[in-house]
Design a binder for this molecule. Sequence first.
Ligand SMILES: [Zn+2]
Length: 257
Amino acid sequence: MESECRRPAVPFTNFKFQVSSFNPFTLIELLVVIAIISILMALLLPALYRAKEVAKCIVCAGNLRQIGIAENLYVVDFSPYYNPWEMENGVKWYDNEAFREYMNAPKDNSGYPIGILCANSYAVLHATSNYPGMSRSYGRNHENTRRPEYGDHRSVYIAINAVQSPSIHPLDMDAMAGGETTMNDRGNFVDENNPSDSSKYGATAYRHFNRPVRSSASSANVLYFDMHVQTTLREYLTGKYMDWATETQRIWLYWWK
Ligand SMILES: [Zn+2]
């Protein structure tokens, strides 16, 4: 007599796969499901991109605000001048040790402050710049080409009591800082697709919502002299609302007017 445990296993051939009699998915149904998932992903991905871009934009605005606070503290202690973009000895704004104390950010290998620059600056760097390490910086308003008394425009010292209408004049903003013309009136924008055009280095970089590049949604974060930060559309900064003939709107760079 065979015990229970020694009973031979039921051969697999005794099982019946009921493919033909009951199939929960036909091929057509499977394709429909795949199509629906594809459509849902197509709907969702732009929303995810948008959410990511919003987050980066907010981080950038927060960093600019922190720089603005540091700037204000610096001006109080070293009055009446703001930290210049570059001092006579060639030290850049972020390398000014006195200013760094207020900014309170460690340096990376290139001397740039860690954690306080634009969250999108690395992408711009790798995508476009022939000057690695330079385009990560914010740009500082040292527009003074019409003020010969200031000499080298790179080391302009802006006196706090010389700034007019501080709520409409920018101090710092998203910019490609590889050139000599940061935020001045030459071109007034950087062409992210033509990094070899040196005339555009140092101008505004539209690091936010710029997919596709240079769309009407492309924006730069701007820190104004009154220390408020505003995300500003490219079309506003590049002249749609400006009268190039009379420069009536370009006055926003000219902090002394
Ligand atoms: Zn930014």
